[in-house]
Design a protein around this ligand. Structure first.
Ligand code: SD4
Length: 324
């Protein structure tokens, strides 16, 4: 097995076959590194990518680009699973999870945060203004207000009506829901013009979740991990499955061993369903990029899409999946 340093060196030289585990894999393509680059989860990643791309071509840091990008989604009341307009928990509270990680390996996160429209920006403040990584609940809210964020009602009339209807229909609650429509996170990764990586994710989490439930989205290593020497990975889907397998960290570590982003995402999905067969029924999708600007994704089930913006344009891609 090659060391990380050898991997980077070999990758920089062009196409190279490396041994990872028992298999030999082609891990690096020839040609220049694809940068800048931004990728994000789901179709709402398309407008988010456009905002991030604008920053990237202006020469801004990947960190600024990804924060700007996902804020588009957080502020859009028509996106029912992120930020303002997100579905509430079973008691009618919109509670938000978010995290962010930069090229130096620094990280910030907020969980179970209420009343703040842009949790990703609070997560960034946690990273930059405190000695901590994660603030939750009341403490996270107090910190956000101290930092000048505005307290807002995030429960839009539409989301409230959906919740009331859900209650009327019996309020049937399954902590693990197989449908994808009710729980989509925006996770975003970018490489800037200098070749540095950053990533973030932000969500209102599973709709009608238990009050106090926190998913994978604010957990560094689970929904997001960035190693500026190797690449970055992020996740969407049922957070419990991602937390138990430390999914994004796993994807980055597999890339470190020589797998392509696509291969690494696939291996992480296989880890989930092999280790936890009950999660075969749910959706989890991983999205990753490596230092060369190669992107890949893989999901448990059909339907996961991701948006990729490079200098050739912004495209929505159907991810490959394991089970029909
Ligand atoms: C969570 N991972 O709270 C989030 C929800 C999500 O696609 O990403 N859904 O578990």
């Amino acid at each position: 097995m090659k060391t990380r340093r050898e991997f980077i060196k070999t990758a920089a030289l062009g196409a190279a076959a490396l041994t990872a585990g028992n298999a030999t894999r082609l891990i690096a393509s020839t040609g220049p590194v694809r940068k800048p680059l931004v990728v994000s989860t789901w179709s709402f990643g398309m407008p988010a990518n456009v905002a991030a791309w604008k920053k990237l071509v202006e020469g801004e840091r990947a960190l600024d680009a990804i924060e700007t990008g996902v804020r588009v989604c957080e502020g859009d009341p028509e996106v029912r699973t992120v930020g303002y307009g997100g579905y509430p928990d079973r008691d009618g509270y919109v509670t938000l999870d978010s995290c962010i990680m930069d090229e130096t390996g620094n990280a910030g996160s907020v969980a179970f945060l209420q009343h703040i429209k842009h949790p990703v920006s609070v997560a960034r403040k946690v990273m930059e203004e405190t000695p901590h990584v994660m603030l939750v609940g009341e403490g996270a809210l107090r910190f956000a207000l101290d930092q000048g964020f505005e307290k807002e009602n995030l429960l839009t009339p539409k989301a409230k009506a959906s919740w009331k209807q859900w209650l009327k229909d019996g309020g049937n609650y399954e902590p693990i829901r197989p449908d994808q429509a009710d729980h989509d996170t925006i996770s975003m990764l970018a490489i800037d013009q200098t070749g540095d990586l950053s990533g973030c994710c932000t969500t209102s989490g599973l709709s009608y979740k238990m009050h106090g439930r926190v998913g994978d989205s604010p957990i560094i290593g689970a929904a997001l991990f960035v190693d500026n020497e190797i690449g970055g990975a992020c996740a969407t889907g049922v957070g419990e499955a991602v937390i138990k397998t430390v999914g994004s960290f796993l994807v980055v570590e597999l890339m470190r061993q020589g797998l392509s982003p696509q291969e690494a995402c696939k291996a992480a999905v296989e880890r989930i369903v092999n280790r936890y067969p009950e999660y075969r029924k749910v959706q989890v999708g991983f999205l990753a990029i490596n230092k060369r600007g190669e992107a890949g994704a893989f999901a448990i089930g059909k339907g996961f899409q991701y948006a990729v913006h490079d200098e050739t344009g912004n495209v929505l891609v159907d991810a490959e999946y394991l089970l029909g």
